[in-house]
Design a protein around this ligand. Sequence first.
Ligand code: ACO
Length: 318
Amino acid sequence: MKYSKIMGTGSYLPEKVLTNADIEKIVDTTDEWIVERTGIRERRVASPDENALTMAEIAGQRALEAAGLEPSDLGMIIVASTTPAMVFPSTACLLQARFGIHGCAAFDLNASACAGFIYGFGIADQFIKTGAIKYALVIGSEVMSRIVDWSDRSTCVLFGDGAGAVLLGPSEEPSVLSTHLHADGAYHDVLYLPLNLTKTPSVESLMMNGSRLFKLAVTILDRLFDETLLANQIEKSELDWLIPHQANIRIIQAMAKKLDLSMDRVTVTLDKQGNTSSASIPIALDGAIRDGRIKRGQLLMMEGFGGGLAWGSVLLRY
Ligand code: ACO
């Protein structure tokens, strides 16, 4: 039996910081409300010359370097993004061209918003496990600042820009233990980004029923954790780290409580970065690996959820 494992990670955050105090000048809100309801204090915003491709390239290059690999080693590039550089070609194809390589599979995965990275990870894991490919680069890259309505205080305070990348490769030892991907289109109207091709511009702004999504997220993640642990016959006490999607500190705290994990065993980046959608998990993972908090041999659970609704988890021994 072959397994996949994380060979390297990388991430990129734009330089520009937008604090809650800055947002107070744009919409009728307060730092106190944002921190209390979401845990977010500031977020990064891409400059006009940055986009999902430029950020993916830096994060991807860093993951390749960390793994000691070259772009020519790649068998697959997956870019999860709801804010791609173009509708087509895919950001993954544009990235392949920037890397100067030819022929490997390259595609974007945008259907599942914040769960996109976990979906990409799950797909790459399957291809590596079967031996169909050796190395896959899975990236989440988002410029959420370009699809939020900056006059809507209920959404514009939540999001940020950035990219994170993971290089997956083969392993003889069990490393990625299981991936779990789910969706329920019945909840399509809880979080969505309309596309109206009869209008210019055709992409509108992100719409969200925050309180409904909050309740759904807590229920869905609760079930997802049980499913993931049961599938591997693992007790929650064996977990070393939870790397959650960064949507709201209150959701993250509820999930840590469910797993009996203290918050120092949970990666939290949303205070400084907001919700970077499909980039949030690989950015948090990369940060905790690079600063030495996450160590080889530890047991990690990653979870993501977002528009669709779509959600998923990964259990792995790093
Ligand atoms: N500043 C001040 N007041 C605000 C703001 C703001 N920025 N935003 C909303 N309010 C007000 C509302 O108008 C409302 O006022 P009212 O009571 O007078 O009507 C009040 O605050 C409460 O609003 P709620 O929406 O009920 O606030 P809630 O406590 O639910 O917090 C939040 C809102 C933070 C959005 C929360 O619901 C949440 O985090 N939901 C989950 C979001 C999520 O999980 N997203 C992940 C997916 S993202 C993706 O996939 C791209």
